[in-house]
Design a protein around this ligand. Sequence first.
Ligand code: CIR
Length: 264
Amino acid sequence: MRDVKRALVRGIPASFERALAEHAPAAPIDVALAQRQHADYAATLREAGLELTELASDDRYPDCCFVEDRAVVCGDTGIVTWSAAPSRQGEEAAVERALRAALRDVRVMRPPACLDGGDVLRLGHHLFVALTDRTNAAGIAALRETFEPKGYTVHQVAAPPGLHLKCYCSAPRDDLVVVADGLVDPRPFLEAGGVEVVRIPREEAYAANTVGVDEQVLVAEGYPVVASMLRSLGLEVHAVRTSEIAKADGSLTCLSVLLEYSEL
Ligand code: CIR
């Protein structure tokens, strides 16, 4: 048995211009550019040392590339989640198949429970989850039922200012949380113990959403203060272009599910 570090990703569909967005973007989504940005993201994960499982995109689901929302995985256990957004219901089937091929224990959330993985921040054996328009109390209960018997603690935190909890915070390592100053209260994370909080300036809030792979971190391109703060912590920074992803309210964590487990 060996530890496998793998990421599940799913390509950008041709229908991506119809992806959900809280505000219509000033310029329409350039789908071909979004696909190139996604390919660069996947290549960066590979460069950082991850193996990838790449699911085919599905034009019936304009948001299917935001695969993070459809599963929460800890160790050899995963829960496939149900979306509160009708246009995203159905994305979960392909994610469930991929998880069943990879994990020992796969649960499936059923409506009325709903949850987006973007609302769950993991720090080691602590899972922080927010109640949002996409995550309800039954979804949080399903998260608890799945992971608490496996030694994880689920903490409910305050509702975030954006669509998801991780719009303005992320945990690139188990001992490090990046939060946008004034937008996310870091106290619950600190209470978990053994955690350092990096407060980034509000002007660069979008870049609080990072993906960490060991001592490397993916950061949205164009946020120099965040990049330099993370470099000064000794992390190797990879800047990733996200202009088209951002038009659909997406950022970096949304585009993958990270898997770390022992092979079956
Ligand atoms: C949505 O509204 O569901 C997508 N357009 C964006 C999802 C972003 N996901 C994430 O931050 N985890």
